[in-house]
Write a protein that binds this ligand. Structure first.
Ligand code: HEC
Length: 246
């Protein structure tokens, strides 16, 4: 039944990173599912904080329907952005309000611009990050809550920060989260840890939106195989019972 689980992968082989914090996500285990509230809050954290630097190029606004947003809400979310379209009849590119079918608007026009704005470091696209790093959402939660003052004797270059879960411990991203930076409407505590958990939940969904279907299919296959094994066993007994009589 191992294939039903989100396979635990080895954490990035750094050797010098701390053991990841023990945090539980509702989507873990063979019956785990995404929590719509956590997904919506996580999207809010991405939108208000991370999207200033990180693109999610594989997502379109209409994908948010998966998380329980209505068509009207999605239209309103998209309408906050201006995207480049064209060329028009005169061969010119033009700006227009984003539609649900548009991809998430990227913060920078290209990688060079992104690096230039971030001290030479590239803020990775976050669409698939939860699958691209060992321990996925657990690593992301750790990274976002793992900033500390560097140990004595360690000097950091300008723009570098100390993070106990980053490979090599030096990261060019300043701690993006702190308490009360995003307002939640459902009464969930607005702490750094809660934001980290929710945005990791959201990033897992972005990397594997069909996880629940995959698990349901896996369970059906196992149930089928069990029932089938039972039938075959009964058939075998019947056949041998008849043969033994002769
Ligand atoms: C001010 C810009 C900025 C913001 C805001 C920001 N990041 Fe980053 N992020 C960066 C940069 C730059 C890097 C590259 C760091 C490096 O290569 O050392 C990075 C790297 C990362 C990485 C990759 C770490 C690794 O293992 O290589 C992840 C994951 C990440 N950011 C997640 C987030 C999330 C989630 C948020 C929102 C809560 C966020 N970032 C907000 C600039 C930003």
């Amino acid at each position: 039944m191992v294939f039903l689980f989100v396979a635990p992968q080895a954490h990035a082989a750094g050797g010098n990173t701390a053991e990841l914090p023990d945090v539980h996500f509702s989507f873990e285990g063979p019956f785990g599912t995404y929590d719509r509230g956590a997904l919506q809050r996580g999207f809010q954290v991405y939108k208000n904080v991370c999207s200033a630097c990180h693109a999610m190029k594989y997502l379109s606004y209409r994908n948010l329907a998966d998380m329980g947003y209505s068509e009207g809400q999605i239209k309103a979310i998209a309408a906050d952005y201006e995207v480049t379209d064209g060329p028009n009849e005169e061969g010119e590119m033009f700006e227009r309000t984003a539609r649900p079918s548009d991809k998430f608007k990227a913060p920078y026009a290209n990688d060079a611009q992104a690096r230039y704005a971030n001290n030479g470091a590239l803020p990775v696209d976050l669409s698939l990050i939860a699958k691209a790093r060992g321990e996925g959402p657990h690593y992301l939660y750790g990274l976002l809550t793992g900033y500390e003052a560097p140990p004595e004797g360690v000097t950091l270059a300008i723009g570098q920060h100390w993070n106990k879960y980053m490979e090599g411990n030096k990261i060019a991203m300043a701690a993006p989260l702190s308490d009360d930076v995003v307002a939640y409407e459902d009464g969930t505590p607005t702490t750094k840890e809660q934001y980290a958990k929710d945005v990791s939940h959201f990033l897992m969904w972005a990397a594997e939106p069909k996880m629940e279907v995959r698990k349901r299919t896996g369970i059906k296959v196992v149930l089928f195989l069990l029932a089938f094994a039972g039938i075959m066993y009964a058939v075998k007994k019947k056949i041998w019972a008849d043969l033994k009589k002769k």
